[in-house]
Write a protein that binds this ligand. Structure first.
Ligand code: DGL
Length: 276
C-alpha cells in the first residue's frame, strides 16, 4: 500500500552521472520512489561559468520542487553543489542534500598523503573544494584535475558504448604527467559521472590506488533525514510508485539510454521544459 503522504526522492544532475548516487540510495531505500532529473538542456555543467550555474539551478529546482513535492532533493552533481548549494537552499524550502568531493574520507585512508581530486573544470576551481582540502587534508599534496572529456565518455558508457582507452588516457593526461602521480594512493571521484568509469580509470592509476566517491555517505544522510522527519518507508507491504526519469530536453534522446534506465526500474520518462 501507498501511504497518503508518500513523497518521492528527487535527484538532479546535468545528465546520467547522478545515477551513481541514485543507485546507492536505491540499495539503502528500495521502498522510496525516485524522480531523477537529467538537465540535458543545460548539459554539460562542468564547462559553464559560476554565474551560469547560479542563474539556472535554484530556479530549476524551485520549479521541480513545486511540481513533484519531494521529501528530499539531492543535487547529485559536484559542480552544481559546490557552486550553487547555498543559493538553492535560500529559495527551496525542502531539505537539500549536496554532493561534494569526498576529501575527508580520502585523507583518512591515504598513507602517502598524495590525493587526487578528479572532477569537472568548474568543480576543481571552487573555493569550496579548496576549503575541504584545507580543513580535512591540511598536510596532503592534492593533485586536482578537471576532465571534461570523462563526462562525455561516461555518457557514452551509459549508452552501452565501448570506451576507447586511448581517449580516456588523453582525458586525464595532465594528471598522469603530474610529478607526484606515481605516489598518489587515493583518487576522489569528484564528478558523479566518473564512478561509471571506475574500472577503466583503475587501469591507468598507480597500483593500489583506491578510488572513492561520496555515494554511500549520501545514502546514509538521506536515510537519517527521512528517519528524523518520520518519512522512512520500510517493510514488505509497501509498494512504491514507479520511478520516473525526467529530461529537460527532448526525451527521444533517452531511448539511447534505455537499457541503463530500465535496468534501474525507471519505467516512465517525462519532459520538463525549463528556460531560466
Ligand atoms: N555530474 C556532474 C558533476 O558531478 C557534472 C557533469 C557535467 O559537466 O555536466 O560534476
Amino acid at each position: 500500500m501507498h501511504s497518503a503522504d508518500e513523497r518521492p526522492l528527487l535527484f538532479l544532475d546535468s545528465g546520467m552521472g547522478g545515477l551513481s548516487i541514485a543507485d546507492a540510495v536505491r540499495a539503502h531505500l528500495p521502498h522510496h520512489q525516485q524522480v531523477y532529473v537529467a538537465d540535458y538542456a543545460g548539459f554539460p555543467y562542468g564547462t559553464k561559468t559560476e554565474s551560469e550555474i547560479v542563474d539556472r539551478l535554484p530556479a530549476l529546482l524551485a520549479q521541480l520542487a513545486k511540481a513533484y513535492n519531494p521529501a528530499i532533493i539531492t543535487i547529485a552533481c559536484n559542480t552544481a553543489s559546490t557552486i550553487a548549494l547555498d543559493a538553492v537552499r535560500n529559495i527551496v524550502d525542502i531539505p537539500i542534500v549536496g554532493t561534494v568531493p569526498a576529501i575527508k574520507p580520502a585523507a583518512g585512508i591515504s598513507k602517502s598523503n598524495i590525493i587526487g581530486v578528479l572532477g569537472t573544470q568548474a568543480t576543481v576551481r571552487q573555493p569550496y573544494v579548496a576549503n575541504l582540502a584545507q580543513q580535512f587534508a591540511p598536510g596532503a599534496d592534492i593533485i586536482h584535475y578537471g576532465a571534461a572529456g570523462l563526462v562525455t565518455l561516461a555518457e557514452a558508457k551509459m549508452r552501452g558504448e565501448i570506451i576507447n582507452m586511448g581517449q580516456l588516457r588523453s582525458a586525464i593526461a595532465p594528471m598522469i604527467n603530474h610529478p607526484s602521480f606515481h605516489a598518489m594512493d587515493v583518487l576522489v571521484l569528484s564528478c558523479t559521472h566518473f564512478p561509471f568509469l571506475r574500472e577503466e580509470l583503475a587501469e591507468l592509476l598507480p597500483r593500489g590506488c583506491q578510488l572513492i566517491d561520496g555515494a554511500q555517505g549520501i545514502a546514509r544522510r538521506i536515510t537519517t533525514l527521512l528517519q528524523r522527519s518520520n518519512q522512512l518507508q520500510r517493510g514488505p507491504n509497501i509498494t512504491k510508485r514507479p520511478d520516473l526519469f525526467i529530461s529537460t530536453s527532448d526525451i527521444k534522446q533517452l531511448e539511447r539510454y534505455s537499457l541503463a534506465l530500465i535496468s534501474r526500474g525507471f519505467s516512465q520518462t517525462a519532459f520538463f521544459p525549463f528556460a531560466p
